[in-house]
Design a binder for this molecule. Structure first.
Ligand SMILES: [Zn+2]
Length: 591
Protein backbone atom coordinates (compact mmCIF):
# COMPACT_ATOMS: atom_id res chain seq x y z
CA UNK A 1 0.00 0.00 0.00
CA UNK A 2 2.78 2.38 0.86
CA UNK A 3 4.35 1.93 -2.55
CA UNK A 4 1.07 2.50 -4.33
CA UNK A 5 0.47 5.64 -2.39
CA UNK A 6 3.97 6.80 -3.17
CA UNK A 7 3.52 6.55 -6.91
CA UNK A 8 0.13 8.12 -6.78
CA UNK A 9 1.61 11.08 -4.96
CA UNK A 10 4.47 11.26 -7.40
CA UNK A 11 2.10 11.28 -10.34
CA UNK A 12 0.10 14.11 -8.88
CA UNK A 13 3.20 16.12 -8.15
CA UNK A 14 4.67 15.57 -11.58
CA UNK A 15 1.50 16.78 -13.19
CA UNK A 16 2.17 20.16 -11.64
CA UNK A 17 5.93 20.20 -12.00
CA UNK A 18 7.54 21.93 -14.96
CA UNK A 19 8.88 19.67 -17.68
CA UNK A 20 12.46 18.69 -17.00
CA UNK A 21 14.99 20.31 -19.26
CA UNK A 22 15.65 18.25 -22.34
CA UNK A 23 19.32 17.34 -22.49
CA UNK A 24 21.34 18.71 -25.36
CA UNK A 25 21.09 16.51 -28.43
CA UNK A 26 22.71 16.78 -31.81
CA UNK A 27 22.14 15.19 -35.17
CA UNK A 28 24.65 14.91 -37.89
CA UNK A 29 23.88 15.18 -41.52
CA UNK A 30 26.05 12.54 -43.15
CA UNK A 31 26.54 11.19 -46.57
CA UNK A 32 26.15 7.42 -46.79
CA UNK A 33 27.66 5.65 -49.74
CA UNK A 34 27.29 2.06 -50.77
CA UNK A 35 23.81 1.55 -49.34
CA UNK A 36 21.90 -0.86 -51.56
CA UNK A 37 18.18 -1.53 -51.20
CA UNK A 38 18.74 -4.02 -48.40
CA UNK A 39 20.96 -1.59 -46.49
CA UNK A 40 18.44 1.20 -46.98
CA UNK A 41 15.75 -1.03 -45.52
CA UNK A 42 18.03 -1.79 -42.57
CA UNK A 43 18.57 1.93 -42.08
CA UNK A 44 14.86 2.64 -42.21
CA UNK A 45 14.31 -0.15 -39.72
CA UNK A 46 16.88 1.45 -37.42
CA UNK A 47 15.03 4.75 -37.63
CA UNK A 48 17.66 6.50 -39.71
CA UNK A 49 16.02 9.06 -41.89
CA UNK A 50 17.23 9.55 -45.43
CA UNK A 51 16.65 13.22 -46.19
CA UNK A 52 18.21 13.62 -49.60
CA UNK A 53 20.77 12.61 -52.13
CA UNK A 54 24.23 13.95 -52.76
CA UNK A 55 24.92 14.93 -56.33
CA UNK A 56 27.29 12.01 -56.84
CA UNK A 57 24.84 9.40 -55.68
CA UNK A 58 25.37 9.14 -51.93
CA UNK A 59 22.42 9.38 -49.57
CA UNK A 60 22.01 12.14 -47.01
CA UNK A 61 20.94 10.80 -43.66
CA UNK A 62 20.36 12.21 -40.21
CA UNK A 63 22.19 10.21 -37.57
CA UNK A 64 23.67 10.46 -34.12
CA UNK A 65 27.18 9.29 -33.32
CA UNK A 66 26.13 5.77 -32.39
CA UNK A 67 24.08 5.37 -35.53
CA UNK A 68 26.98 6.54 -37.64
CA UNK A 69 29.24 3.95 -35.98
CA UNK A 70 26.62 1.32 -36.67
CA UNK A 71 26.50 2.31 -40.33
CA UNK A 72 30.28 2.10 -40.47
CA UNK A 73 30.12 -1.35 -38.90
CA UNK A 74 27.82 -2.45 -41.72
CA UNK A 75 30.64 -1.67 -44.12
CA UNK A 76 28.99 1.47 -45.50
CA UNK A 77 31.06 4.58 -46.10
CA UNK A 78 29.89 7.62 -44.13
CA UNK A 79 31.09 11.19 -44.23
CA UNK A 80 29.91 14.08 -42.06
CA UNK A 81 28.28 16.86 -44.10
CA UNK A 82 27.02 19.03 -41.24
CA UNK A 83 28.20 18.21 -37.72
CA UNK A 84 25.29 19.79 -35.87
CA UNK A 85 22.39 19.85 -38.26
CA UNK A 86 19.84 21.09 -35.73
CA UNK A 87 21.94 24.12 -34.94
CA UNK A 88 22.52 24.72 -38.60
CA UNK A 89 18.78 24.68 -39.23
CA UNK A 90 18.11 26.94 -36.27
CA UNK A 91 20.71 29.44 -37.38
CA UNK A 92 19.15 29.47 -40.78
CA UNK A 93 15.78 29.97 -39.19
CA UNK A 94 17.00 32.79 -36.97
CA UNK A 95 18.58 34.50 -39.91
CA UNK A 96 15.16 34.68 -41.53
CA UNK A 97 13.11 35.43 -38.44
CA UNK A 98 13.37 39.19 -38.39
CA UNK A 99 13.14 39.73 -42.08
CA UNK A 100 10.49 41.99 -43.47
CA UNK A 101 8.26 40.19 -45.91
CA UNK A 102 8.46 42.19 -49.10
CA UNK A 103 5.84 41.77 -51.74
CA UNK A 104 6.91 39.62 -54.61
CA UNK A 105 8.29 41.60 -57.49
CA UNK A 106 6.36 40.04 -60.30
CA UNK A 107 3.85 42.69 -61.25
CA UNK A 108 5.68 44.36 -64.12
CA UNK A 109 3.98 45.27 -67.38
CA UNK A 110 6.19 42.93 -69.37
CA UNK A 111 4.30 39.75 -68.47
CA UNK A 112 5.20 40.21 -64.83
CA UNK A 113 8.72 41.40 -65.66
CA UNK A 114 9.52 45.09 -65.40
CA UNK A 115 9.69 47.22 -68.49
CA UNK A 116 12.86 49.36 -68.89
CA UNK A 117 11.01 52.33 -67.42
CA UNK A 118 9.68 50.24 -64.54
CA UNK A 119 13.18 49.07 -63.63
CA UNK A 120 14.29 52.67 -63.23
CA UNK A 121 11.07 53.63 -61.44
CA UNK A 122 11.52 50.72 -59.05
CA UNK A 123 15.06 51.76 -58.15
CA UNK A 124 13.88 55.36 -57.77
CA UNK A 125 11.21 54.12 -55.37
CA UNK A 126 13.87 52.29 -53.36
CA UNK A 127 15.86 55.51 -53.15
CA UNK A 128 12.79 57.53 -52.17
CA UNK A 129 11.80 55.06 -49.46
CA UNK A 130 15.28 54.53 -48.05
CA UNK A 131 15.00 55.93 -44.53
CA UNK A 132 18.55 54.90 -43.55
CA UNK A 133 20.36 56.58 -46.42
CA UNK A 134 22.06 53.41 -47.64
CA UNK A 135 21.33 53.68 -51.36
CA UNK A 136 22.88 56.30 -53.61
CA UNK A 137 21.20 58.20 -56.39
CA UNK A 138 21.56 56.66 -59.81
CA UNK A 139 25.02 57.45 -61.16
CA UNK A 140 25.40 57.64 -64.93
CA UNK A 141 28.53 55.90 -66.20
CA UNK A 142 27.90 56.31 -69.93
CA UNK A 143 25.32 56.14 -72.68
CA UNK A 144 24.15 53.33 -74.90
CA UNK A 145 24.10 53.22 -78.69
CA UNK A 146 20.68 54.86 -78.57
CA UNK A 147 21.84 57.35 -75.94
CA UNK A 148 19.99 55.69 -73.09
CA UNK A 149 21.79 56.40 -69.81
CA UNK A 150 23.84 53.56 -68.35
CA UNK A 151 23.43 53.86 -64.60
CA UNK A 152 24.55 52.20 -61.40
CA UNK A 153 23.58 52.62 -57.76
CA UNK A 154 25.57 51.88 -54.66
CA UNK A 155 24.28 50.37 -51.41
CA UNK A 156 26.42 50.81 -48.30
CA UNK A 157 26.43 52.61 -44.98
CA UNK A 158 27.83 55.70 -46.73
CA UNK A 159 26.78 55.37 -50.37
CA UNK A 160 28.10 58.77 -51.39
CA UNK A 161 31.57 58.29 -49.92
CA UNK A 162 34.52 56.11 -50.86
CA UNK A 163 34.85 53.92 -47.81
CA UNK A 164 37.82 51.63 -48.39
CA UNK A 165 35.71 48.53 -47.79
CA UNK A 166 35.51 45.41 -49.95
CA UNK A 167 33.64 46.32 -53.13
CA UNK A 168 31.26 44.03 -54.98
CA UNK A 169 29.68 44.47 -58.40
CA UNK A 170 26.30 42.99 -59.33
CA UNK A 171 24.83 43.40 -62.78
CA UNK A 172 22.17 41.88 -65.00
CA UNK A 173 20.58 42.10 -68.43
CA UNK A 174 23.73 42.37 -70.52
CA UNK A 175 21.71 39.94 -72.64
CA UNK A 176 18.41 41.63 -73.32
CA UNK A 177 16.15 38.58 -73.32
CA UNK A 178 17.33 37.38 -69.92
CA UNK A 179 14.85 39.37 -67.87
CA UNK A 180 14.74 36.96 -64.95
CA UNK A 181 18.31 37.97 -64.09
CA UNK A 182 17.15 41.56 -63.61
CA UNK A 183 14.13 40.63 -61.49
CA UNK A 184 16.32 38.53 -59.22
CA UNK A 185 18.82 41.35 -58.78
CA UNK A 186 16.15 43.99 -58.07
CA UNK A 187 14.64 41.73 -55.43
CA UNK A 188 18.02 41.42 -53.73
CA UNK A 189 18.40 45.21 -53.73
CA UNK A 190 15.03 45.65 -52.07
CA UNK A 191 15.87 42.91 -49.56
CA UNK A 192 18.91 44.92 -48.46
CA UNK A 193 17.04 48.22 -48.24
CA UNK A 194 14.00 46.73 -46.46
CA UNK A 195 16.01 44.79 -43.90
CA UNK A 196 18.71 47.31 -43.10
CA UNK A 197 18.20 48.41 -39.51
CA UNK A 198 15.70 45.58 -39.03
CA UNK A 199 17.78 42.43 -39.23
CA UNK A 200 21.26 42.50 -37.70
CA UNK A 201 22.80 40.21 -40.27
CA UNK A 202 21.71 42.47 -43.14
CA UNK A 203 22.72 45.64 -41.31
CA UNK A 204 26.14 44.20 -40.50
CA UNK A 205 26.65 43.08 -44.07
CA UNK A 206 25.71 46.43 -45.62
CA UNK A 207 27.85 48.24 -43.05
CA UNK A 208 30.91 46.21 -43.99
CA UNK A 209 30.77 46.30 -47.79
CA UNK A 210 30.40 48.66 -50.76
CA UNK A 211 27.83 47.09 -53.08
CA UNK A 212 27.36 48.38 -56.63
CA UNK A 213 24.40 47.46 -58.81
CA UNK A 214 23.79 47.79 -62.52
CA UNK A 215 20.47 46.04 -63.18
CA UNK A 216 20.18 47.08 -66.83
CA UNK A 217 23.49 46.79 -68.67
CA UNK A 218 21.85 46.67 -72.10
CA UNK A 219 18.96 49.16 -72.08
CA UNK A 220 18.61 49.32 -75.87
CA UNK A 221 18.25 45.59 -76.31
CA UNK A 222 15.76 45.47 -73.47
CA UNK A 223 13.81 48.33 -75.03
CA UNK A 224 13.63 46.29 -78.22
CA UNK A 225 12.06 43.38 -76.35
CA UNK A 226 9.67 45.67 -74.49
CA UNK A 227 8.51 47.30 -77.70
CA UNK A 228 8.11 43.90 -79.25
CA UNK A 229 5.96 42.79 -76.35
CA UNK A 230 3.76 45.86 -76.61
CA UNK A 231 3.47 45.47 -80.36
CA UNK A 232 3.00 41.74 -80.62
CA UNK A 233 2.14 40.48 -77.18
CA UNK A 234 5.05 38.06 -77.48
CA UNK A 235 8.23 38.05 -75.45
CA UNK A 236 11.15 39.43 -77.44
CA UNK A 237 14.21 37.28 -77.81
CA UNK A 238 16.64 40.03 -78.76
CA UNK A 239 19.99 39.34 -77.11
CA UNK A 240 22.45 41.94 -78.38
CA UNK A 241 22.70 45.71 -78.16
CA UNK A 242 21.29 48.02 -80.86
CA UNK A 243 24.43 48.57 -82.97
CA UNK A 244 23.46 49.43 -86.56
CA UNK A 245 25.93 47.04 -88.16
CA UNK A 246 24.95 47.84 -91.73
CA UNK A 247 24.59 51.58 -91.10
CA UNK A 248 21.22 51.80 -92.76
CA UNK A 249 19.61 53.78 -89.97
CA UNK A 250 17.13 51.00 -89.25
CA UNK A 251 17.09 48.09 -86.84
CA UNK A 252 17.43 44.87 -88.81
CA UNK A 253 16.66 41.79 -86.83
CA UNK A 254 18.94 39.53 -88.84
CA UNK A 255 21.85 41.96 -89.29
CA UNK A 256 22.21 44.33 -86.34
CA UNK A 257 23.46 44.26 -82.80
CA UNK A 258 26.64 43.21 -81.01
CA UNK A 259 26.74 40.58 -78.31
CA UNK A 260 28.13 42.74 -75.50
CA UNK A 261 29.24 39.62 -73.67
CA UNK A 262 31.63 38.78 -76.52
CA UNK A 263 32.95 42.32 -76.91
CA UNK A 264 35.36 42.54 -73.94
CA UNK A 265 39.10 42.81 -74.62
CA UNK A 266 40.33 39.64 -72.91
CA UNK A 267 40.86 36.91 -75.55
CA UNK A 268 38.50 38.83 -77.82
CA UNK A 269 37.99 36.96 -81.08
CA UNK A 270 40.67 34.36 -80.32
CA UNK A 271 40.21 32.25 -83.43
CA UNK A 272 41.84 29.22 -81.82
CA UNK A 273 38.89 28.99 -79.46
CA UNK A 274 36.16 30.48 -81.56
CA UNK A 275 33.05 28.46 -80.86
CA UNK A 276 30.34 30.71 -79.51
CA UNK A 277 31.78 34.03 -80.58
CA UNK A 278 31.17 35.06 -84.15
CA UNK A 279 32.58 37.49 -86.68
CA UNK A 280 29.27 37.40 -88.53
CA UNK A 281 27.17 40.51 -87.72
CA UNK A 282 23.99 38.52 -88.16
CA UNK A 283 24.96 36.03 -85.47
CA UNK A 284 23.45 36.29 -82.03
CA UNK A 285 27.01 35.99 -80.72
CA UNK A 286 28.52 38.66 -82.97
CA UNK A 287 31.56 39.95 -81.10
CA UNK A 288 31.70 43.39 -82.75
CA UNK A 289 34.12 44.96 -85.20
CA UNK A 290 36.85 45.26 -82.57
CA UNK A 291 37.39 44.64 -78.88
CA UNK A 292 35.41 47.09 -76.74
CA UNK A 293 33.86 48.63 -79.85
CA UNK A 294 30.53 49.21 -78.09
CA UNK A 295 29.64 52.15 -75.86
CA UNK A 296 28.10 49.82 -73.25
CA UNK A 297 31.31 47.77 -73.11
CA UNK A 298 33.48 50.89 -72.85
CA UNK A 299 31.37 52.32 -70.05
CA UNK A 300 31.59 49.10 -68.07
CA UNK A 301 35.36 48.86 -68.56
CA UNK A 302 35.92 52.44 -67.42
CA UNK A 303 33.65 52.04 -64.45
CA UNK A 304 35.16 48.74 -63.29
CA UNK A 305 38.76 49.87 -63.81
CA UNK A 306 38.21 52.95 -61.65
CA UNK A 307 36.89 50.92 -58.74
CA UNK A 308 38.54 48.18 -56.74
CA UNK A 309 36.06 45.34 -56.87
CA UNK A 310 37.12 42.11 -55.26
CA UNK A 311 34.09 40.10 -56.38
CA UNK A 312 31.51 40.37 -59.13
CA UNK A 313 28.56 38.45 -60.50
CA UNK A 314 27.15 38.94 -63.97
CA UNK A 315 23.62 37.59 -64.04
CA UNK A 316 22.16 35.80 -67.01
CA UNK A 317 19.32 33.43 -67.80
CA UNK A 318 19.31 30.35 -67.80
CA UNK A 319 20.80 26.91 -66.95
CA UNK A 320 20.97 26.99 -63.14
CA UNK A 321 24.76 27.14 -63.01
CA UNK A 322 27.40 29.42 -61.53
CA UNK A 323 30.26 29.83 -63.98
CA UNK A 324 33.82 30.87 -63.18
CA UNK A 325 36.73 31.63 -65.52
CA UNK A 326 38.26 30.60 -67.76
CA UNK A 327 35.49 30.69 -70.30
CA UNK A 328 37.37 31.38 -73.53
CA UNK A 329 38.70 27.81 -73.46
CA UNK A 330 38.61 24.79 -71.18
CA UNK A 331 41.31 25.94 -68.81
CA UNK A 332 41.38 26.16 -65.04
CA UNK A 333 42.63 29.37 -63.46
CA UNK A 334 45.47 29.55 -60.92
CA UNK A 335 42.64 30.23 -58.44
CA UNK A 336 40.62 27.18 -59.37
CA UNK A 337 40.73 25.68 -55.87
CA UNK A 338 39.55 28.94 -54.38
CA UNK A 339 36.86 29.18 -57.05
CA UNK A 340 35.68 25.66 -56.26
CA UNK A 341 35.51 26.34 -52.54
CA UNK A 342 33.71 29.67 -52.90
CA UNK A 343 31.31 28.37 -55.54
CA UNK A 344 30.41 25.56 -53.17
CA UNK A 345 29.44 28.17 -50.59
CA UNK A 346 27.59 30.38 -53.05
CA UNK A 347 25.51 27.55 -54.48
CA UNK A 348 24.67 25.91 -51.15
CA UNK A 349 21.24 27.54 -51.21
CA UNK A 350 20.20 27.20 -54.84
CA UNK A 351 21.91 23.91 -55.63
CA UNK A 352 23.44 25.26 -58.83
CA UNK A 353 26.23 23.40 -60.54
CA UNK A 354 29.51 25.25 -60.92
CA UNK A 355 32.71 25.25 -62.95
CA UNK A 356 33.98 26.98 -66.05
CA UNK A 357 31.88 27.40 -69.20
CA UNK A 358 32.90 24.07 -70.70
CA UNK A 359 32.29 22.25 -67.44
CA UNK A 360 28.85 23.79 -66.94
CA UNK A 361 27.39 24.80 -70.28
CA UNK A 362 29.50 22.61 -72.52
CA UNK A 363 30.75 25.41 -74.75
CA UNK A 364 33.38 28.16 -74.38
CA UNK A 365 32.94 31.90 -74.97
CA UNK A 366 35.68 34.41 -75.64
CA UNK A 367 35.57 38.15 -75.11
CA UNK A 368 33.10 37.81 -72.27
CA UNK A 369 32.86 39.93 -69.16
CA UNK A 370 33.60 37.36 -66.46
CA UNK A 371 36.97 36.37 -67.94
CA UNK A 372 37.85 40.02 -68.45
CA UNK A 373 36.99 40.93 -64.86
CA UNK A 374 39.15 38.13 -63.55
CA UNK A 375 42.06 38.14 -65.94
CA UNK A 376 42.52 41.60 -67.44
CA UNK A 377 43.73 42.87 -64.11
CA UNK A 378 46.92 44.81 -64.89
CA UNK A 379 45.41 48.19 -64.08
CA UNK A 380 43.09 47.35 -61.21
CA UNK A 381 43.69 44.00 -59.56
CA UNK A 382 41.96 40.70 -59.97
CA UNK A 383 38.23 40.32 -59.45
CA UNK A 384 36.83 36.99 -58.35
CA UNK A 385 34.04 37.00 -60.90
CA UNK A 386 31.21 34.69 -61.82
CA UNK A 387 28.47 34.35 -64.39
CA UNK A 388 25.23 33.40 -62.70
CA UNK A 389 22.86 31.60 -65.08
CA UNK A 390 19.54 32.02 -63.30
CA UNK A 391 16.68 29.60 -63.81
CA UNK A 392 16.13 26.03 -64.88
CA UNK A 393 16.84 24.99 -68.44
CA UNK A 394 13.32 23.64 -68.81
CA UNK A 395 11.93 27.13 -68.14
CA UNK A 396 14.17 28.78 -70.72
CA UNK A 397 14.00 32.52 -71.41
CA UNK A 398 11.07 34.36 -69.87
CA UNK A 399 9.85 31.73 -67.44
CA UNK A 400 6.23 31.90 -66.35
CA UNK A 401 5.33 34.82 -64.12
CA UNK A 402 4.89 32.47 -61.17
CA UNK A 403 8.53 31.48 -61.48
CA UNK A 404 9.71 35.03 -60.81
CA UNK A 405 9.19 35.05 -57.02
CA UNK A 406 10.52 31.50 -56.79
CA UNK A 407 13.76 32.46 -58.52
CA UNK A 408 14.01 35.66 -56.51
CA UNK A 409 13.92 33.73 -53.26
CA UNK A 410 15.95 30.81 -54.48
CA UNK A 411 18.88 33.00 -55.51
CA UNK A 412 18.85 35.52 -52.69
CA UNK A 413 21.41 33.66 -50.60
CA UNK A 414 23.84 33.39 -53.51
CA UNK A 415 23.87 37.16 -53.95
CA UNK A 416 24.09 37.89 -50.23
CA UNK A 417 26.85 35.32 -49.82
CA UNK A 418 28.83 36.89 -52.64
CA UNK A 419 28.81 40.14 -50.68
CA UNK A 420 29.99 38.26 -47.60
CA UNK A 421 32.89 36.42 -49.19
CA UNK A 422 34.07 39.55 -51.04
CA UNK A 423 36.16 40.46 -48.00
CA UNK A 424 37.17 38.91 -44.73
CA UNK A 425 34.28 36.74 -43.56
CA UNK A 426 34.65 34.77 -40.34
CA UNK A 427 33.15 31.47 -39.43
CA UNK A 428 33.26 29.76 -36.05
CA UNK A 429 34.84 26.34 -36.47
CA UNK A 430 34.72 25.30 -32.86
CA UNK A 431 33.77 26.57 -29.45
CA UNK A 432 34.52 24.76 -26.21
CA UNK A 433 33.65 25.84 -22.69
CA UNK A 434 36.37 24.61 -20.38
CA UNK A 435 36.58 25.05 -16.61
CA UNK A 436 39.91 26.35 -15.38
CA UNK A 437 39.63 23.65 -12.68
CA UNK A 438 36.81 21.23 -12.00
CA UNK A 439 35.38 23.33 -9.19
CA UNK A 440 36.40 26.69 -10.60
CA UNK A 441 33.97 29.43 -11.40
CA UNK A 442 36.26 30.59 -14.18
CA UNK A 443 35.45 29.38 -17.61
CA UNK A 444 37.62 29.47 -20.71
CA UNK A 445 35.78 29.94 -23.96
CA UNK A 446 38.11 28.30 -26.43
CA UNK A 447 37.21 29.00 -30.00
CA UNK A 448 38.63 28.79 -33.46
CA UNK A 449 37.70 31.17 -36.24
CA UNK A 450 38.54 30.80 -39.85
CA UNK A 451 38.08 33.04 -42.85
CA UNK A 452 35.66 32.03 -45.59
CA UNK A 453 36.25 35.18 -47.59
CA UNK A 454 38.52 36.25 -50.42
CA UNK A 455 40.59 38.77 -48.48
CA UNK A 456 42.49 38.62 -45.22
CA UNK A 457 41.19 40.98 -42.60
CA UNK A 458 42.23 44.58 -43.30
CA UNK A 459 41.81 45.71 -39.73
CA UNK A 460 42.15 44.17 -36.30
CA UNK A 461 39.69 41.41 -35.50
CA UNK A 462 37.99 41.67 -32.14
CA UNK A 463 35.93 38.94 -30.56
CA UNK A 464 33.46 40.09 -27.97
CA UNK A 465 31.33 38.01 -25.66
CA UNK A 466 27.75 39.17 -25.38
CA UNK A 467 25.62 37.62 -22.65
CA UNK A 468 22.08 38.22 -21.60
CA UNK A 469 22.64 38.80 -17.91
CA UNK A 470 20.60 36.92 -15.36
CA UNK A 471 20.67 36.42 -11.62
CA UNK A 472 23.76 37.94 -10.08
CA UNK A 473 25.85 37.44 -13.16
CA UNK A 474 27.03 40.63 -14.75
CA UNK A 475 28.93 39.76 -17.90
CA UNK A 476 30.30 43.28 -18.22
CA UNK A 477 32.46 42.62 -15.16
CA UNK A 478 33.20 39.07 -15.98
CA UNK A 479 35.09 38.92 -19.21
CA UNK A 480 38.78 38.95 -18.60
CA UNK A 481 40.86 40.54 -19.93
CA UNK A 482 38.06 42.19 -21.88
CA UNK A 483 37.57 41.86 -25.60
CA UNK A 484 39.99 39.61 -27.35
CA UNK A 485 41.96 40.94 -30.27
CA UNK A 486 42.99 38.36 -32.78
CA UNK A 487 46.09 39.20 -34.75
CA UNK A 488 45.37 36.75 -37.52
CA UNK A 489 42.71 34.35 -38.64
CA UNK A 490 42.94 31.44 -38.35
CA UNK A 491 44.02 32.23 -34.81
CA UNK A 492 46.21 30.20 -32.56
CA UNK A 493 44.86 27.49 -30.31
CA UNK A 494 45.35 29.86 -27.42
CA UNK A 495 42.58 32.17 -28.55
CA UNK A 496 40.11 32.12 -25.76
CA UNK A 497 38.07 34.35 -23.54
CA UNK A 498 38.17 33.86 -19.79
CA UNK A 499 34.82 34.32 -18.12
CA UNK A 500 34.35 34.65 -14.38
CA UNK A 501 31.11 32.94 -13.51
CA UNK A 502 31.12 33.70 -9.79
CA UNK A 503 27.57 34.01 -8.60
CA UNK A 504 26.13 32.68 -11.80
CA UNK A 505 24.17 29.57 -12.37
CA UNK A 506 22.10 28.09 -15.13
CA UNK A 507 22.47 28.72 -18.80
CA UNK A 508 22.73 32.09 -20.48
CA UNK A 509 21.88 32.92 -24.07
CA UNK A 510 25.18 34.28 -25.33
CA UNK A 511 26.94 35.16 -28.53
CA UNK A 512 30.47 35.60 -29.77
CA UNK A 513 30.52 38.75 -31.86
CA UNK A 514 33.29 39.15 -34.40
CA UNK A 515 34.36 42.66 -35.38
CA UNK A 516 36.72 43.84 -38.07
CA UNK A 517 37.92 47.25 -36.98
CA UNK A 518 34.81 48.80 -35.47
CA UNK A 519 32.35 46.92 -37.67
CA UNK A 520 30.50 43.86 -36.49
CA UNK A 521 30.59 41.17 -39.14
CA UNK A 522 28.93 38.20 -37.53
CA UNK A 523 27.41 36.99 -34.31
CA UNK A 524 27.56 33.33 -33.26
CA UNK A 525 24.90 32.36 -30.73
CA UNK A 526 25.48 29.71 -28.07
CA UNK A 527 24.43 28.78 -24.54
CA UNK A 528 26.93 29.90 -21.93
CA UNK A 529 27.16 27.30 -19.19
CA UNK A 530 27.06 29.02 -15.84
CA UNK A 531 27.96 27.35 -12.58
CA UNK A 532 25.78 24.32 -12.11
CA UNK A 533 25.47 22.55 -8.84
CA UNK A 534 25.60 18.78 -9.31
CA UNK A 535 22.35 18.72 -7.34
CA UNK A 536 20.61 21.01 -9.82
CA UNK A 537 19.26 18.10 -11.80
CA UNK A 538 16.70 20.17 -13.66
CA UNK A 539 19.41 22.66 -14.70
CA UNK A 540 17.23 25.61 -13.80
CA UNK A 541 19.89 27.31 -11.66
CA UNK A 542 18.28 26.29 -8.37
CA UNK A 543 18.41 23.21 -6.17
CA UNK A 544 14.93 22.61 -4.79
CA UNK A 545 11.92 20.33 -4.67
CA UNK A 546 11.88 19.97 -8.43
CA UNK A 547 15.30 18.32 -8.37
CA UNK A 548 13.97 15.90 -5.79
CA UNK A 549 10.99 15.15 -8.01
CA UNK A 550 13.31 14.65 -10.93
CA UNK A 551 15.38 12.15 -8.95
CA UNK A 552 12.23 10.32 -7.90
CA UNK A 553 11.07 10.21 -11.49
CA UNK A 554 14.31 8.55 -12.50
CA UNK A 555 14.21 6.09 -9.63
CA UNK A 556 10.64 5.18 -10.49
CA UNK A 557 11.26 4.68 -14.17
CA UNK A 558 13.56 2.58 -16.25
CA UNK A 559 16.97 4.01 -15.73
CA UNK A 560 18.23 6.23 -18.50
CA UNK A 561 21.56 5.53 -20.07
CA UNK A 562 24.54 7.61 -21.14
CA UNK A 563 25.17 11.13 -19.93
CA UNK A 564 21.58 11.34 -18.77
CA UNK A 565 22.14 8.56 -16.34
CA UNK A 566 25.43 9.69 -14.86
CA UNK A 567 23.98 13.06 -13.82
CA UNK A 568 21.83 11.24 -11.27
CA UNK A 569 24.66 9.13 -9.88
CA UNK A 570 25.42 11.65 -7.17
CA UNK A 571 27.55 9.32 -5.05
CA UNK A 572 29.49 8.11 -8.11
CA UNK A 573 29.03 4.42 -7.41
CA UNK A 574 28.08 3.63 -10.98
CA UNK A 575 24.36 3.17 -10.25
CA UNK A 576 21.35 5.33 -9.60
CA UNK A 577 19.83 4.09 -6.38
CA UNK A 578 18.12 5.34 -3.28
CA UNK A 579 21.62 6.21 -1.99
CA UNK A 580 21.76 9.02 -4.56
CA UNK A 581 18.39 10.22 -3.33
CA UNK A 582 19.85 10.40 0.17
CA UNK A 583 22.82 12.45 -1.05
CA UNK A 584 20.41 14.88 -2.68
CA UNK A 585 18.21 15.07 0.42
CA UNK A 586 21.26 15.86 2.55
CA UNK A 587 22.13 18.77 0.28
CA UNK A 588 18.56 20.03 0.31
CA UNK A 589 18.46 19.77 4.09
CA UNK A 590 21.42 22.14 4.33
CA UNK A 591 19.40 24.94 2.74
ZN1 LIG B 1 23.29 35.59 -71.24
Amino acid sequence: MAALFFFYWLGEALAQAPSPDIPAMTWRLVEVRGADQAAQRLMAGAGIEIVGKESKGGLQALVNRAQQQWLDSLGLFTRVLIEDYGRWLAERNRAEAGLAAPQDLADGSLGGYFSPQEILAFVDSLIAGDTHGIISDTMIIGFSTWQNPLWVVKISAAPNADQDLPEVFFNSLIHAREAMSGMVLLYFMRYLVDNYGVTDSVTDLVDSRELYFMPLVNPDGYQINWDNYRNTGGFGLWRKNARDNNNNGALDQLLDGVDLNRNFPFQWGNIDFDYSSSSNPGSDSYRGASAASEPETKALIDFINKRSFTAAINLHTYSAVLINPFNYRDLRTPDSLLYDRLAGLLTAGNGYGHGNAIETLGYPANGELTDWEYADSASRGKIMSWTGEIGATKNGFWPARTEIPLEQKKNLAMLADLAKIAGFWPTLDSLAQVRAQPDSSRLHLRFRLSNLGILPNREKITVRLKVEAGGEFNPQDSVSPGDLSVAAVPPSERDSLLVDLSGSSGYYPAALEVYEGGRKLRSFAFQLKGNLSPFDLTRDGKTNIFDLLDMLRILASDQPTGADWSAYDLNHDGKVTVLDLIVLLKDLAKK
